[in-house]
Design a protein around this ligand. Structure first.
Ligand SMILES: C[S@@+](CC[C@H](N)C(=O)[O-])C[C@H]1O[C@@H](n2cnc3c(N)ncnc32)[C@H](O)[C@@H]1O
Length: 226
């Protein structure tokens, strides 16, 4: 039986549609807020941290998907998280991660996007988060003991002239950026909430004229058989 571990989110529900109901799926998060009330019977939702998974899960999962923890885990947390993912993956099993990297964000330095890139740097460096996570993860996976590590850069469409699905992506990105407003003001990186809102507006205008958003990476690896 294939057993899959994943963080909560739409990925889990979409994935469940693509596999037979005999596949057992475990989805975890430290917060139960977004656990769906209705879901397929083969998904079990549970409150756990990726840095401290149940001891009974050792060598249990054929496949693991973990995404978008860049803003949650510090450098030390990542080491612990990857060690836990290694422990719970079956020998020969696979892991897939999806995370951003800001270092290689190809935007003009004096643009609104360039300003956001430099603010991310201050925020991430001052909170022990990893600024170039998507780029660093392959080495971190190798250090943890994973093998056959691969990495793909994946584009995140942000030009809203490209239709409704992109408008949805942009809406999600803007909601995430709005969550960063309190620390940005606290660090004195901008003077007011109004200034931050107009920066977000300017960023969206730049996206519609071809300036990209930050890079995202899909990284995959295998646990050795022995
Ligand atoms: C940006 S969301 C990503 C959600 C989902 N993984 C996705 O890709 O759509 C970050 C999620 O990670 C959860 N989280 C934060 N720290 C965590 C940890 N140590 N272990 C597991 N989940 C964690 C948060 O509660 C939040 O739901």
């Amino acid at each position: 039986m294939l057993i899959v571990y994943a963080l909560i989110g739409s990925w889990v529900l979409d994935f469940a549609q693509t596999v037979p109901p005999s596949v057992s799926i475990h989805a975890v998060d430290t917060s139960t807020t977004f656990f769906p009330t209705t879901h397929p019977q083969n998904i079990v939702f549970a409150k756990h941290s990726g840095t401290a998974l149940p001891q009974t899960w050792t060598n249990k999962f054929d496949f693991i998907n973990q995404s978008l923890l860049a803003g949650c885990l510090t450098r030390d947390d990542w080491i612990q998280d990857l060690q836990e993912l290694f422990r719970v993956t079956k020998p020969g099993g696979h892991i897939q991660l999806f995370e951003p990297s800001f270092e290689s964000w190809d935007c003009p330095p004096n643009s609104a996007n360039g300003k956001m890139k430099s603010m991310y740097k201050v925020l991430f460096d001052n909170t022990s988060l990893i600024y170039d996570l998507g780029v660093k993860l392959p080495h971190m996976l190798l250090d943890t003991g994973f093998v056959v590590v691969g990495q793909h850069k994946s584009t995140f469409p942000v030009n809203t002239n490209d239709g409704a699905p992109v408008q949805q992506c942009v809406g999600m990105m803007i909601r995430w950026l709005r969550n960063l407003q309190p620390p940005i003001l606290r660090f004195g990186l901008l003077g007011s909430a109004e200034e931050y809102e107009s920066l977000l507006k300017e960023m969206q205008e730049e996206w519609n004229h071809g300036v990209p958003t930050e890079n995202f990476f899909v990284i995959h690896a295998r646990k050795p058989v022995a």
